[in-house]
Design a protein around this ligand. Sequence first.
Ligand code: C2E
Ligand code: CA
Ligand code: CA
Length: 623
Amino acid sequence: MNALLKYQLYNVGFKGSMDELQAAAFLDAVNKTYEKAEQDRIECEKMLALSARGSKRLYQSFLNRSNKKLSTTEEKYKKLLLNLQPYYFFYTKNRDGQFISVSESVEDMLGFSNQEFIEKYSTYFMYGLRCDLESRLLTTEYGYNIPYEISLKDEKGRERYLEITEFPVFGEFDELMEIEGIVRDVTEYYKTKHKISNMLYYDALTGISNRLHLEVQMEKLLLENYRKGEKFAVVFIDLDYFKHINDTLGHDVGDELLQKVANGIREILNPYDIFARIGGDEFVIIHKHIESDDIAVKIHEVMEVISTPWDIKGYELKISASIGVALYPDDGKSMIDLMKNADIAMYKSKSSGRNNFTFFQKDFNRYVHTEMNLIQDMAEGLEKGEFLFHYQPKVLLSNNEVIAAEALVRWQHPEMGLIYPDKFIDLAENTGLILKLGRWVIDEACRSIAWFNRLNPDKRLKLSINISIRQFQHEDMYGVIKEALQKHGVDGSQLSIELTESIMMENKNEMAKKLNDIKSLNVGISLDDFGTGYSTLSYLDKLSIDELKIDKAFVDAIPENGDRNILLDTIIAMGKTLNMKVVAEGVEHEYQRKYLADKSCDIYQGYLFSKPVNKDAYAAYVV
Ligand code: C2E
Ligand code: CA
Ligand code: CA
């Protein structure tokens, strides 16, 4: 059987389940195909060798006959060869691999005289070539050698890449007499090739491998480990809330963060581990030679690196990552399965609160399946009216009076029951469905307001809705809101929108204009989750914001023992100085409510007063 074929069949693990006759016929056919292809290759290489040899002969005859008059054709060739000189030189070696002669053109190429070259590189060259030489020259059937590359330093110390083609010269009794060599300077070619493979295989931003390189290396690894039966781990890393940082602080900061994180991780990996960036904030590590217990230790180290505070352009950023792990061969034997399962495990980490890692388990599949289905179901669900609001009262701290509500979207899924926004808002944002959902929210809010107004024409409570940054950026907010208000006959003063700080940081002038347009409809603007982002209050002052919603994290941090929380106090005081209504979110305990009331915070929202409730339950506050 053809050796190449045999090798390839071995590589793909072919053990042969055909009966012997079938197999023989099959192999015979394949063999013929390979033989034909190999014949072509041999012909091709022979031609190459002959032409190279011809050049050498010509060159030597010129050297010998330099004083004689040359024919015009020979003149032409001589010119040609002289032009080629910086790129070629020739040599002859004896059967032990020592140089006998080196053509003078070596000086044009490398800057050494031929004597200097022999002195400097005879051992180097010999060592580099001899083992190769012997095995090759002995096995070669065609009287030439396949070219190969070496690199060495020229006289100026620069790295040169040389391509060498050698021919054995046989004596009368077929014994090896000499070796002739042609050396071609392929430095430029090599550098370009290198540059191209760099571009192909490495991520321009972080300098680590890209997805293609990861795939190539993983295929290789699968092939090797398939034979050796060794384990390895595919570790899928997704940074938490990276999008948020990118959106709030800009791409410069995001890019630098990715670079620093990539560098930091690379430093703690073993040199033989594979590390790649395969998407915006997604990285993959392949840990080789592992046991399951030390992989956990390794991942802890990676998480620690990621969560060290990063100092970037004056911001101190603290981030985390959600990580999923799939093991070869237990969790998959192919690249596709391993990557998919590591990804699934990563999702599991995300959904169980982020900043942790999860080993893949077989029953995870069902979970992700539903997440994929959710995206498809969502568009349909919006058409079919499966979405609804729960309303959470906003209460005055001074007298416990309900003065408004926040409308929080829910999805009554036909099979899965009531689904909360943390399960679908992210998905909606990533798929563009957020626009559709957002328009529904605006329309439904105005419809609700009109309904509550009919219920009690005197009370005219406000309703606030949440608008996601993607929606705010891409939607004609002014147009959509105006249309909904008109459609349901509602005054803008009864509606307010809750935006997170990130919106304010994005393209400031454009956002300020959008906000002002919306304000012109009398619609209120409220800053949600305040304190979790990076905006500065001095900047917020310039925007027309009516309400500051202090994030639940600050409320949680109120000391139960009556001590002060200076940060919270400062935020409340600043909000008041800027003439904003200050709202505290997520108030669950009486001591929190009391603390906030003492600090003259205006409004609170939280389970202490009421969870978000359905329309009928909320209507009780309206009548
Ligand atoms: P958010 O705007 O910060 O809403 C407050 C969340 O905190 C709500 O969760 C609410 O149910 C919950 N919460 C209220 N009081 C308490 C409390 O005392 N303790 C605790 N532990 N939680 C409390 P929900 O309804 O699951 O909403 C989560 C997030 O989903 C919202 O956070 C908001 O960012 C987003 N969201 C909700 N509705 C919409 C919407 O219509 N459009 C958009 N784009 N996002 C929405
Ligand atoms: Ca909100
Ligand atoms: Ca909030």
